[in-house]
Design a protein around this ligand. Structure first.
Ligand code: ADP
Ligand code: ZN
Ligand code: ZN
Length: 725
């Protein structure tokens, strides 16, 4: 009899002990267990000698599903770190990272795929079995002849054989196994890329020299400086050392182009692309490929940071500053930060690439904790010229200033492409009554309903509310309703009026919903069947459009002032990305930013394209004000039917915290910036400390109190290193 400790996907913050008949049960393997009236699949995380639960009360595990651990020791170590650091239950952390298809109980009885002999079974002599145990003798002989036999094949031999199998498992002769996989593809020579520039070459050589040791590297290269080419070269070096590579990207939308680049460069090397858009079965297959070493390059979004990689040799995080690397609900983790932890645990280099590194990362580089490699110049192109259009002197009509209109007209006449960037989809952010001042508020959120004129709908972008545009004001009955402000649809309409012959393409979440839509649009842009692009963030990231020479930014001011201390950092990064789309071919790019605050330091820095100076000034401000990265924060978030219930819970939590006499600062509970969302009201409590260790110690001491004081009325979660307030 063996004891096993199991991680299960249940909303209880603990692990569960079971008795197990399978003495070969290994840590990291999946196991089917009874749980209440259900059967669940969990992962064995320990084989304890004793349990706190009296042995007689322990239930018996039904069957161990993997003979070889699904998660290796190194994988569990990373998950244990994450659970501890993010103060999240280990069971929930583990089960969040294992593909759903491998966690699902399919049939009445989940059966492992195949069986093989253990060392004891292989050494056993058929002659020692009692002559009457015919089924046992036959089965042992059969297993000694084959490396593994599938469950189906054994089951087909009849009830006596199935019983013999159980006996062998119980006495430790047989273990479950995965059928032997094909051998990993042999290394083929990478296709040739362009000759590297001197800076690229230095970066590649420096990173390659660190293979085999832990070394975090910040690859800071302006847009168009050829960071991808550097990645491809260091990937080649890691592959030739027969190691696997983990390449993290912020968004699904960015995976197809990078995937095709990688496949073209490394023909014959199995690449596993992992993102949340995959069907469960497909995701599980690719994950298994990575886990058993068949896939040599894993390319994926944040969750793939946890993919088991037995031969991991290099981690790359592209656009490391991107907020998509932070998981915003449930198990809230930063894939970028965990990538660094994973690299340290595995003793491999990690390359963080960006044109506008996160201030946390930049500070580490400035302080020499990370090695800084710089690509200061564009490949074969000059950086764009960025200037501001002063809206106080030049009136915009329908969101577009005459100067921007004229600039677009000039590009069209030269058969060049332009892009207008606006951070909001829909037609207008709100509908307003001209006679009583009524506004289209969402009843379930602290937000306005956005006008989608083409579909004649009012939609909430937070809770999904969707209703018809009313023909009269719901308050006063007047028909004088008007959309206020601009969204992508309205800019598109205004451009169509100015340029009736131009081919205009709108790119936002609404037009790219269909699978492959964005990919089709990208080819249209490259084939030059588009004159003007209008769109949101989707257009900002990482695309290389050689005929796009003008970028207009509309409405950036809206993002300039915000309660979030990271607003300026984020806006600078976003605008740099957007500006980076201009002039990547042989023409110099032009970027026009419409604003009412031309003298704002952010716009001045943007015009100078001096990230280093701006980052240092922001860091100085953060240090002065006592903000991250100079302190470490955690946010206790609570939501309830009313904000008072949430605040009440937080007040109790704050009292508990102070009673612990913590070495951290505990602030007072406040309503969240967006207080109401999807019909729930939200509040939060900030705790912070200059010492990461102190914060971690405190949070782990605090958590049990939170679980205790929590009522069903208030739901709570801890957010360590919160990215949003
Ligand atoms: P970044 O990711 O830094 O914005 P990219 O990696 O997209 O830049 O590179 C910009 C462009 O320059 C791409 O079209 C890429 O193929 C090209 N490129 C990169 N390195 C070289 C090089 N050494 N010689 C010629 N072209 C290059
Ligand atoms: Zn009205
Ligand atoms: Zn809403």
């Amino acid at each position: 009899m063996t004891l096993i400790r199991v991680a299960l996907d249940v909303p209880v913050a603990r692990l569960f002990d079971y008795r197990c008949d399978d003495r070969a049960a290994q840590i990291g393997a999946r196991v089917l267990v009874p749980f209440g009236r259900q059967k669940l699949i969990g992962i064995i995380v320990a084989r304890p000698d004793i349990s706190e639960v009296p042995e007689a009360k322990l239930k018996r595990a039904l069957s161990v599903l993997d003979a070889e651990p699904l998660l290796g020791r190194a994988d569990l170590r990373l998950l244990e770190f994450a659970a501890d650091y993010y103060v999240h239950p280990l069971g929930a952390v583990i089960m969040a990272t294992v593909p759903a298809a491998l966690r699902r109980v399919r049939s009445r009885e989940e059966k492992p795929t195949a069986y093989a002999l253990t060392a004891a079974g292989a050494a056993a002599d058929v002659a020692t079995l009692p002559p009457r145990a015919r089924a046992q003798r036959e089965l042992l002989a059969l297993l000694q002849d084959h490396p593994a036999i599938t469950h189906g094949a054994i089951a087909a031999l009849g009830a006596a054989t199935r019983k013999a199998l159980q006996t062998f498992i119980t006495q430790g002769w047989v273990q479950t196994t995965i059928l032997p996989q094909d051998k990993p593809a042999t290394m083929s020579t990478p296709a040739a890329g362009p000759a590297l520039t001197a800076e690229q070459n230095t970066a590649v050589e420096t990173i390659t020299a660190t293979l085999g040791t832990y070394q975090p590297v910040l690859l800071w290269g302006i847009t168009g400086s050829g960071k991808t080419e550097v990645y491809l070269h260091v990937i080649a070096a890691a592959l030739s050392r027969e190691t696997q590579v983990l390449l993290l990207v912020p968004e699904i939308a960015l995976t197809p182009q990078l995937e095709s680049l990688v496949i073209a460069r490394f023909p014959g090397i199995p690449v596993a692309t992992l993102h949340s858009g995959l069907a469960d079965g497909e995701r599980a297959t690719r994950w298994q490929d990575a886990r058993n070493g068949r896939a040599r390059i894993v390319l994926g979004t944040r969750l793939s940071a946890f993919t088991p990689l037995p031969d991991l040799g290099l981690i790359i995080v592209d656009e490391e500053h991107d907020t998509s690397f932070k998981q915003g609900e449930g198990f809230r983790y930063s894939a970028r930060d965990l990538a660094v932890v994973r690299a340290r645990q595995a003793g491999v280099p990690v390359v963080l690439g960006s044109a506008t590194p996160a201030l946390e990362t930049y500070r580490n580089a400035v302080d020499h904790r990370y090695q800084l490699l710089t690509l200061p110049e564009r490949i074969n192109a000059r950086p764009p010229v960025i200037s501001c259009i002063d809206l106080r002197h030049e009136k915009a009509i329908d969101g577009l200033s005459p100067r921007l209109i004229a600039a677009i007209g000039k590009r069209i006449s030269r058969n060049e492409q332009s892009m207008v960037f606006i951070n909001r989809r829909g037609y207008a952010p709100v509908l307003m009554c001209g006679s009583c001042g009524w506004m289209s508020d969402c009843k379930r959120c602290s937000a306005k309903l956005v006008v989608h004129l083409r579909e004649r709908r009012l939609r909430c972008h937070h809770c999904g509310h969707d209703s018809a545009v009313p023909s009269a004001c719901p308050d006063c009955g007047d028909a004088d309703l008007a959309p206020v402000g601009q969204g992508t649809q309205r800019i598109e309409a205004a451009l169509a009026k100015h340029f009736p012959k131009a081919r205009i393409l709108r790119v936002d979440r609404d037009t790219t919903r269909r699978k492959d839509a964005w990919q089709d649009m990208r080819s249209r842009i490259r084939e030059r069947t588009v004159d003007i692009l209008v769109g949101t963030q989707i257009l900002a990231k990482g695309h290389d459009f050689p005929h796009l020479n003008l970028v207009g930014v509309v409405n950036a001011d809206g993002m300039l002032y915000s309660n979030d201390f990271r607003a300026a950092e984020r806006l600078y990064a976003l605008l740099t990305q957007v500006a980076g789309r201009a002039g990547r071919g042989d023409q110099q790019g032009e970027v026009l930013v419409q604003t009412e605050f031309v003298d704002h330091p952010l716009y001045a820095a943007l015009r100078d394209q001096d990230f280093d100076a701006y980052a240092r000034s922001l860091l100085a401000e953060r240090r002065q004000a006592g903000f991250p990265p100079y302190v470490h924060q955690a946010l206790l978030r609570a939501e309830a039917r009313t904000v008072d219930i949430a605040l009440h819970f937080l007040a109790q939590a704050a009292r508990n915290a102070r009673r612990l006499k913590p070495a951290v600062t505990v602030y007072d509970p406040v309503p969240a910036n967006m207080m109401r969302k999807s019909g729930r009201e939200r509040a939060q409590l900030l705790v912070q400390s200059p010492s990461r260790a102190d914060l971690r110690t405190f949070l782990n001491a605090w958590r049990p109190y939170l679980a205790e004081t929590a009522s069903t009325a208030a739901r709570w979660s801890l957010d360590v290193d919160p990215a949003e307030f």
